[in-house]
Design a protein around this ligand. Structure first.
Ligand code: FMN
Length: 497
């Protein structure tokens, strides 16, 4: 069965359909269905069947997708919810994981990691470095994996069929946990002087590293360099985490992530289920803007970028091709996202315009409404006896409105955030209309709410259909919920024929 996706109609056709549907008090899908019925009634026997005519509809403005999204509605939404909620446990069923354990104090955590992988139906082969065997015994690993444990490159039992190559190729993924500073250094420089490091060179499978070491080792320029080399080589690295170290009195960044977090990363990497937003392009803005007064002073706000970055990351995990336009923030760039760094509202608008066309545009950034009319070339000096300088402000471009009211190239779904300190709903509703947005996510940014810079958010989703109240949740959870809504939106836009 094929489907027509309304978002794939060209801008003019879509607008025409939207107006027609609104005039007739129907949804766009209903309107399109009725149009097809009418066409069919008018031409009746003149329409060739798909088999006779090739593509069912040859109108260049309609794209026929080979797979019906509508047919997958429940399944896709369920899977997305599963992966977002971290319950995608079926992903690992039947998968082979090669676990390389290196000689760190956190090696004991591998026992729980193995157990959790097995609970999810994965089978695990393990390789221990010589040092790892000082921390954890092959016996306990073997008992948990129900498999042989491999330690020796020159094993007569295993190398008759070049066992290190076999091990590296049989697996669906190789996980190194814990990854010592030494092992990372060896990998970064292509050393292959034992079974574990030789396997790493001989593999063509995804490799996930979970480093764990003393915080000073992690911060050391050599380790940082090696980490960068490995990331550039396409290895996936998660953690380390921050907190108390196994060594007494030590704390900082260097802890092995919890086994369940490593399991989740494995699930994400091995998740070959269709991604619900695959093939879609999304633009997200995030963080504050800075509007220069002079070379050292600026106007800005407390936005941290946490919400926008979480949304960009969640969109990418749902398969979208994401451009994140970020103002100056102190949090790292999310993975799997193209990031454009900007400072001012004008630069942010330029970057958003350059990223069009897109299917989804989400404006989370706290863009300064005004900027100084003139930014001084030199630092404004404080002169004795003179009044404080007056700063004349001019209006910044309204990025949300400029995209929400586009005639051509308007993304199918335009979402704005409304940061309000009072009259949340009233102001959010007004913004929805004024800016031509499909949804406004209104949040209370008064100082008591702690939203700006904090980890939690309380959202009211305002659309022409009404208002949804979302409970207070972590910004990542808000992002997940929003993605679920977005997937539902596009599923509704897709109609079966
Ligand atoms: C008690 C003890 C704990 C250690 N813990 C770590 C650690 O957590 N991370 C690390 O990178 N190295 C750690 N080391 C150092 C490694 O064991 C050492 O660099 C070793 O050569 C690593 O070998 P491998 O990478 O081949 O497993 C530790 C050493 C000792 C003696």
């Amino acid at each position: 069965m094929a489907s027509i996706t309304i978002r794939n109609l060209n801008g003019k056709t879509k607008k025409w359909l939207r107006v027609r549907a609104a005039q007739n008090g129907r949804s766009m899908e209903e309107e399109a269905r009725l149009l097809f019925d009418q066409l069919q009634a008018d031409e009746n026997s003149n329409i060739a069947t798909p088999a006779e005519s090739g593509p069912p509809i040859s109108n260049a403005s309609l794209q026929i997708e080979p797979v019906s999204m509508t047919g997958q509605t429940d399944e896709v939404a369920e899977r997305l919810r599963g992966s977002i909620a971290g319950t995608g446990s079926e992903i690992l069923a039947g998968k082979q994981v090669l676990l390389v354990i290196t000689g760190g104090i956190a090696a004991y955590k591998c026992l729980e990691f193995i157990r959790r992988l097995r609970d999810r139906g994965a089978s695990i082969k393990t390789v221990l470095t010589k040092s790892a065997a000082e921390f954890i015994t092959p016996l306990s690993i073997g008992a948990l994996t129900a498999e042989r444990v491999y330690c020796d490159l020159f094993s007569r039992d295993d190398e008759h069929d070049v066992g290190h190559i076999r091990l590296s190729r049989e697996a669906d993924i190789i996980v190194v946990a814990p990854a010592t500073a030494n092992f990372m250094a060896k990998m970064a420089h292509g050393l292959a002087d034992d079974l574990a490091s030789t396997i790493m060179l001989a593999t063509n499978k995804p490799v996930l590293l979970a480093p764990a070491m003393n915080p000073l080792m992690w911060q050391h320029p050599s380790t940082r360099r090696n980490r960068q080399i490995l990331a550039n080589d396409g290895l996936y690295i998660i953690g380390p985490g921050t907190g108390e170290m196994a060594e007494s009195g030590e704390s900082g960044t260097g802890r092995l992530l919890e086994p369940i977090e490593i399991v989740k990363a494995v699930e994400i990497l091995l998740d070959d289920r269709p991604k619900p937003l695959a093939g879609m392009r999304a633009i997200v803005t995030s963080g504050p803007t800075r509007e220069a007064i002079d070379p050292v002073r600026y106007l800005s706000n407390h936005s941290s970028g946490k919400q926008g970055h979480a949304i960009a990351s969640a969109l990418a995990h749902a398969g979208a091709d994401v451009t994140l336009v970020s103002g100056p923030v102190s949090i790292p760039d999310p993975e799997y996202v193209s990031v454009v760094h900007v400072e001012t509202a004008v630069e942010m608008k330029q970057a958003v315009d350059a990223a069009l066309p897109a299917d989804i545009a989400i404006f989370v950034a706290a863009v300064a409404d005004w900027r100084p009319a003139n930014s001084a070339d030199d630092k404004i000096k404080k002169a004795k006896g003179e009044d404080a300088p007056a700063i004349t402000l001019i209006e910044n471009p309204d990025i949300l409105k400029s995209i929400g009211t586009l005639n051509e190239n308007r993304p199918a779904l335009v979402i704005g955030f409304a940061a309000e300190t009072r009259n949340l709903i009233k102001n959010g509703r007004a913004k929805l209309k004024r800016k031509g947005a499909d949804w406004i996510l209104a949040n209370d940014v008064s100082a008591d709410a702690g939203v700006m810079g904090g980890d939690l958010n309380t959202i009211r989703l305002i659309s022409i259909d009404g208002i949804e109240e979302w409970p207070t949740a972590k910004k990542q959870q808000v992002a997940s919920r929003l993605i679920t809504k977005i997937v539902e939106f596009f599923e509704k836009e897709s109609i079966e024929i």
